[in-house]
Design a protein around this ligand. Sequence first.
Ligand code: ZN
Length: 136
Amino acid sequence: MSEDLVTFLHARLDEEADLARLCDGDGRAEWTAHGHTVDLCQGELSGLHPAIALHVALHDPARILREVEAKRRVLARHVLSPATGDPELPWDNRDDCQYDGETWPCDDLLDLASPYGDHPDYPDVPEMDSGLRDSP
Ligand SMILES: [Zn+2]
C-alpha cells in the first residue's frame, strides 16, 4: 500500500511535467499577467479578472517543471525502510521512512499526496481515510 502512494505520486508528477512541457513552446515559457490578460508566450488569455490572470500566470510551465523537480527530490529522500529484510532494523521493528524515521508513509509523503485526494487512483492510505489530514 505504501509503495502504491509513491507510485501514485510519481504518476501525478509525470502527468504534470508532461502537460507543462506540452504548454512550454520554446522551452522558456514564462507566463505573465498584465491586468486582465495573461501572456502565454504562444498566445494570450484575455478578459480575465486580474486576480485570475495572476493565478494563471503563476502556473507557467517553467515554474511547474521546477516544482515537479523539487517534489521529485523530496520523494527521493523519503524512501521506505522496511522492517523485514533491512540490515539495520528500524526502531520498533516497523516500516518507516529512511529519511525521518517516521512510520511509513511519513507525513511529508502524505503532505505531497494530499492535493490529489480527489483523484480516482488515489490509494487507500489508512492515515488519510477521511481524505483530509489534521492541520498541525
Ligand atoms: Zn519521510
